[in-house]
Design a protein around this ligand. Structure first.
Ligand code: EPU
Length: 422
């Protein structure tokens, strides 16, 4: 098990290239099960979550080859069971349900357990697949979905208590591509990762329109075919490095980004007094730390609002921004594990009912800290960049789930970091 040592106080500068999106790659890899032909997915980040997904596909019987960011999948003969042993390692394995059900008419997928960032039920996924005609039974910790008479298009509303569901929208969209007739999803998630999946499905011969809006229409087809697809850039990795630049940067350029996907993050950084400039084509941006940073308030919302996956990182920035900032997470109101670790580094943060109130202090001080989930760990790395002394971040496997070579990218920007054996 590795840990990261961050020797704080070294400014960062220079340029790096942002990797392909983890959260777009996962459902796209799962969607390869919808055809027996060869599928090639490029720019898949080398992180442990995409590795788990490759293991799941292989476990289901697909032939998978992985080289230099490209994953080639041939799923000509697959089983219908994704066991707990695999699902427990990665919640996103639930996005197997839609493709397996559509392809085999039956699937057995272990229900994921609780998650450190919140309860995270899958009721909306199941409700959506039931609306397409599947029968659902829960047995021995598994959900067994079967559709002996096939799936049939209908209108499905996927709004939950906390808004739309990203992977739930993906599951229903994937299943509906092979259903008979037309499916309309209302209250669909509008995230760029959903749009990327829709584009991938369309390259396979699906007929999906409206992705990126709250209403998605899928006209079912009899068969899908192979395709080649480039995954979109990871907007959360980009956002994380944008915050690093606002904290410790003397001019950091991020290449291969998508300006539109970063609007809400750029807006908050500018409001907090930092400079964010995109090139004309919107695929690179340069961030300069502002001379007089000011506090700001954030409320997380579904896209195009401010993403929950970027609230921990911005909390780390506000920890040393003069004045009082507030961060409210409406999507995962319990996602504040990073705050107790930041407090161990000297941050002044109070968390109450889904809102963190952060009073900026002059400086944080290094401490041994514990990563608790992917984005919380990223927040600790960011905080450590300007903290006094050497911060030791344990349980680095959390960060390796979703950030490709984060230590190498930070080193390329001049940060003083070391990955060592714990
Ligand atoms: N929800 C339900 N019922 C459901 C599904 C979701 O009540 O059946 C609730 C959730 O508890 C939450 C809200 O709906 O309050 C939204 O959750 P969503 O389903 O959208 O989350 P997800 O699809 O499981 C994806 C990302 C998460 C990201 C969320 C929200 C992937 C692989 N995961 O999860 O990413 O936080 O959307 O944007 O795409 C991360 O990358 O660190 C991460 C956790």
């Amino acid at each position: 098990m590795d840990k990261l040592l961050v020797h704080g106080g070294t400014p960062i500068h220079g340029a790096i290239t942002i990797s392909g999106s983890k959260n777009a790659s996962l459902p796209i890899l799962a969607a390869a099960l919808l055809t027996e032909e060869d599928v090639v997915v490029r720019r898949v980040p080398d992180v442990s979550d995409t590795n788990y997904m490759v293991q799941i596909l292989t476990g289901l019987g697909a032939d998978v080859e992985r080289f230099s960011g490209t994953v080639r999948i041939t799923a000509d003969d697959i089983t219908d069971t994704a066991p707990y042993d695999i699902v427990r390692r990665m919640r996103a394995s639930v996005c197997m349900m839609g493709p397996l059900l559509a392809r085999n008419g039956r699937c057995v997928v272990a229900l994921p357990g609780g998650c450190v960032i919140g309860d995270r039920p899958v009721d909306l996924h199941i409700r959506g697949l039931e609306a397409l005609g599947a029968k659902a039974e829960i047995e021995g910790g598994n959900v067994i979905l079967s559709a002996p008479d096939g799936l049939h298009g209908t209108t499905i509303d996927l709004c939950g208590e906390n808004g739309p569901t990203v992977l739930g929208t993906d599951n229903v969209m994937m299943a509906a591509t092979l259903a008979e007739g037309t499916t309309t999803i209302t209250s669909a998630a509008c995230e760029p990762e959903v749009v990327d999946l829709a584009e991938f499905l369309n390259s396979m011969g699906a007929k999906v329109t409206g992705a990126g809006t709250p209403t998605i229409t899928i006209e079912g087809v009899a068969k899908l075919h192979g395709c080649v697809h480039n995954v979109i850039p990871d907007r959360i990795e980009a956002g994380t490095f944008m915050v690093a630049a606002a904290l410790a940067g003397e001019g950091v350029t991020l290449r291969r980004v998508h300006e539109g996907h970063l609007s809400s993050i750029s807006a908050i950084l500018r409001r907090a007094g930092h400079q964010v400039k995109f090139n004309e084509s919107g695929d690179a941006c340069t961030i300069h730390r502002g001379d007089n940073p000011v506090p700001a308030d954030i409320v997380t919302e579904p896209y195009p609002g401010y993403p929950t996956d970027m609230q921990a990182q911005m909390t780390a920035l506000f920890a040393t921004t003069p004045g009082t900032s507030q961060v409210t997470d409406t999507i995962f109101p319990q996602r504040f594990m990073h705050c107790s670790e930041l407090k161990r580094m000297g941050a002044d943060i109070q968390v109450h009912e889904g809102t963190a109130t952060i009073k900026g202090v002059d400086k944080l001080s290094a401490a041994p800290v514990m990563a608790s989930d992917l984005r919380a760990s990223a927040a600790l790395v960011l905080a450590a960049l300007t903290a006094e002394g050497t911060t030791e971040i344990n349980r680095l496997y959390h960060i390796d789930r979703g950030y490709e070579h984060i230590d190498e990218k930070l080193e390329a920007l001049g940060a003083n970091v070391e990955r060592v054996r714990a």
